[in-house]
Design a binder for this molecule. Structure first.
Ligand code: MD3
Ligand code: FE
Length: 203
């Protein structure tokens, strides 16, 4: 059952595993339309994690800042539609954690290779922080860093495995978090990669 690691943070271990083949198939179709890319920070540095999006809104970062927008900047056309497999998984997971009216309008896709890390950050580009974020981990495991509301707060570590779904809401929605450098390995679904899907109500 749900594993609460904080009052608003709930891990559903293996929740996505029954759907892994369908999720992977739908993911391949998304990245054919909106390829993986390294976005730039507002300061001009390449972000180590490769990203894409699906859904009405997609998260982008460039010299102009961080924001959500309806078009893929690479093509100028709307992001791929969020597949029913993604949407229904995210809605079901949020409901398990008590967020029965969660309807994501954005899904950010993150791709990690060996050595890729994601520094401590807060997710605060969304309009409504009362809405949770749902994350789905596929492929290689990763060490997740879970801090506090200040960057200097102590950080807990927990491992996220293939199939794990985490719902981050309430008092934990604005916590600092990050991912340690990915250890090399091989997973039968994703090969050398870890993929993370994060579902958000952005608009
Ligand atoms: C806790 N992704 O996309 S998922 C991100 O594994 C992001 O790719 C990481 O951080 C990844 O922004 C972590 C878990 C996660 C996502 C969003 C959160 C944890 C969160 C928002 C608030 C608190
Ligand atoms: Fe984040």
């Amino acid at each position: 059952g749900p594993e609460w690691i904080a009052p608003g943070a709930c891990i559903l271990r293996d929740f996505a595993s029954p759907y892994e083949r369908l999720l992977w198939q739908d993911l391949q179709a998304i990245v054919r339309q909106a390829p993986w890319r390294h976005m730039q920070t507002p300061g001009g540095q390449a972000i180590a994690v490769s990203m894409s999006n699906c859904g009405r809104l997609g998260w982008v970062s460039d010299r102009g800042g961080y924001r959500y927008q309806m078009e893929d900047p690479l093509s100028g056309i709307p992001w791929p539609v969020m597949p029913a497999s993604f949407e229904s998984l995210a809605i079901a997971a949020a409901a398990q954690a008590g967020f029965v009216q969660f309807r994501p309008d954005a899904c950010l896709l993150n791709r990690y290779e060996a050595g890729t890390k994601l520094g401590l950050h807060q997710d605060k580009d969304e309009q409504d922080f009362s809405q949770p974020i749902v994350s789905v981990s596929l492929g290689l495991p990763a060490t997740f860093l879970f801090g506090g509301l200040k960057r200097s707060d102590p950080v807990l570590r927990t491992e996220l495995y293939h199939g794990d779904v985490v719902v981050w809401g309430g008092p934990d929605r604005l916590r600092y978090h990050g991912i340690l450098p990915l250890k090399p390995g091989w997973h039968p679904l994703t090969g050398k990669l870890r993929i993370n899907l994060t579902f958000r109500v952005a608009g």
